[in-house]
Design a protein around this ligand. Structure first.
Ligand code: MG
Ligand code: MG
Length: 332
């Protein structure tokens, strides 16, 4: 029987985990809302457009090519929330058909933006009823990576095979591509480490392992291509994650990481969303600047908080109910 004092550290650990989970989900939405203002601009255009703010975009102000309201988010956050709802309605399980139906419902509601690969493969799903897109070398966009946070939140502590199956179930609805799969797995491992308060060096090792296995992802000084700063990142998942990793590992705070990544321009709402989730999990909710959190659309913020809690509870329940599996920290 555990004593009361033996239970206390577990309670503290759970509270710490909850802060990191909320940080990740709110960070995703904050990064999306911040980056959307400068999506598709080049760094030079951003410096010009924000000359009166010192040439740096750093406030959630809406606008951009989508003419957003301040605090409004885009497909990155909306698809994550749709996926998270499907997972929770499905008892915490990630299934291809439930994911496809959730994305299809979201598309029916005429979202303000939608990626070409997502649209094409959801139309294919409507026509065929098959929730898995055919494998395609052309479908290496960032659409599957940008929305994987709810899967990461509900698979903390699960075995490698189960994590990969869950990742593929949601990703392959629209992006059945091995480069995308590798990015999904790497980011999920990094999120799991961050959510559990893992060492920064451990996260960096995961990102470096990705570029050593998949040179497309070269992002670090040690990378095969000796990458320089990845500016104007495209929606190609390898370019998107390279910008995110460079921003995350070259800064020392949530705010500086997000300002760095969105001012690179390009697919800035998506780099912002992914960096926001990673930095939010790593630094925790308290490090998200209040001015950004307060600027977020209130309904979106509430849904992010609710899902972070519900998905986190699911993962902790499953983690507590099973013995630690030896393969948890192994590479495939
Ligand atoms: Mg978007
Ligand atoms: Mg985008």
């Amino acid at each position: 029987m555990p004593t009361a004092s033996a239970q206390k550290p577990e309670t503290n650990a759970q509270a710490e985990y909850a802060k990191r989970a909320r940080g990740a989900y709110l960070g995703l939405a904050v990064g999306d809302a911040l980056g959307a203002t400068v999506e598709f601009l080049t760094p030079r255009e951003i410096r010009c457009n924000f000359a009166r703010q010192g040439g740096v975009h750093k406030e959630i102000a809406g606008g951009g090519w989508l003419h957003l309201r301040p605090g409004q988010v885009t497909d990155d956050t909306a698809m994550s929330l749709a996926l998270g709802e499907a997972i929770l309605a499905n008892g915490g399980k990630v299934e291809a058909l439930a994911s496809a139906l959730a994305f299809d419902r979201w598309m029916h509601a005429k979202p303000i933006d939608i990626g070409n690969t997502v649209r094409r493969n959801l139309i294919r799903f409507r026509q065929t009823g098959i929730p898995e897109a055919p494998e395609s070398e052309h479908d290496a966009g960032n659409g599957a990576v940008m929305r994987l946070l709810p899967v990461a939140l509900c698979t903390v502590g699960r075995g490698e095979a189960e994590i990969i199956a869950a990742l593929k179930a949601q990703a392959h609805v629209t992006h059945n591509n091995p480069i995308s799969d590798a990015g999904c797995l790497c980011l999920t491992r990094m999120l799991h480490l961050a959510l559990r308060g893992g060492a920064r060096a451990a996260l960096e090792a995961e990102a470096m392992a990705l570029e050593s296995i998949r040179p497309e992802y070269a992002w670090s000084e040690a990378g095969r291509m000796r990458m320089r700063r990845r500016e104007n990142p495209s929606a190609y998942v390898a370019h998107t994650l390279a910008a995110v990793f460079q921003a995350f590992f070259s800064t020392d705070g949530f705010e500086s990481c997000l300002i760095d990544v969105v001012n690179r321009g390009g697919d800035a709402d998506t780099t912002g969303a992914i960096a926001g989730a990673l930095a939010g999990a790593w630094y925790g909710e308290n490090q998200i600047p209040p001015r950004w959190k307060n600027a977020l659309d209130k309904t979106i913020a509430r849904r992010c908080e609710e899902q972070a809690e519900a998905l986190g509870i699911r993962s902790q329940e499953s983690e507590n109910s099973r013995e630690r599996r030896p393969e948890m920290n192994e590479k495939p």
